[in-house]
Design a protein around this ligand. Structure first.
Ligand SMILES: [Ca+2]
Length: 191
């Protein structure tokens, strides 16, 4: 139901080879590539839209370890300038438009961790509408690249009357550290 559940697939169609090289270099050096909601970077993580501020597409094994595959998403992005200073950061969101049937129930399952370098808890909101959501907290104390403490997490939701649902993951953390997600699966669990 969510083909790109693991955030592995990047849409390179508009990148030149030079752009790809710069991007890969940044991923290898810093461990992340920042993507903004208000730019041509929209829709680069296939099937997902960035719907607020900016996020970081993380490469596993540099500063964090993803739970599945080589990439995962930190929802508090770090948009830095050439001097390496954070110039725009904040509570990012990504959204997947699911095909859903009214009167069914669905469960979204995902792996949750947090950026531990600030030493603060990470806060995540999963929502299908402004008044339909659940918040989660991840304690980053004692976590490290070799001990991410990934937690399999789930939330059941009921879609509206239309035949689609916008499933959104949002950071509730300003600054430079936020929740990290990976391995998203949505299943129909019955009427
Ligand atoms: Ca992944």
């Amino acid at each position: 139901m969510v083909p790109n559940c693991s955030f592995e697939v990047y849409n390179y169609t508009t990148e030149s080879q030079k752009d790809r090289d710069i991007m890969n270099e940044q991923l290898q050096e810093k461990g992340y590539y920042n993507l903004s909601a208000n730019s041509t970077q929209q829709g680069k993580i296939l099937y997902w839209q960035i719907t607020a501020n900016n996020i970081d597409w993380l490469l596993s094994g540099v500063v964090i370890t993803c739970s599945l595959g080589d990439h995962c998403i930190e929802l508090t992005g770090q948009n830095t300038n050439d001097a390496g200073q954070v110039v725009k950061s904040g509570m990012g969101s990504i959204t997947y438009t699911l095909t859903t049937l009214p009167k069914r129930r669905y469960v979204v399952r995902f792996d949750l961790a947090g950026n531990f370098k600030c030493g603060t808890p990470a806060h995540l909101r999963v929502s299908t509408a402004s008044d339909k959501y659940k918040d989660f907290t991840f304690d980053t104390a004692g976590k490290s690249i070799n001990n991410m403490g990934w937690v399999r997490t789930s939330w059941e939701f009921k879609p509206g009357q239309s035949n689609y649902t916008n499933l959104t993951f949002s950071s509730l953390d300003e600054g430079t550290c936020g929740p990290i997600i990976d391995n998203v699966v949505v299943v129909d669990v019955g009427p």
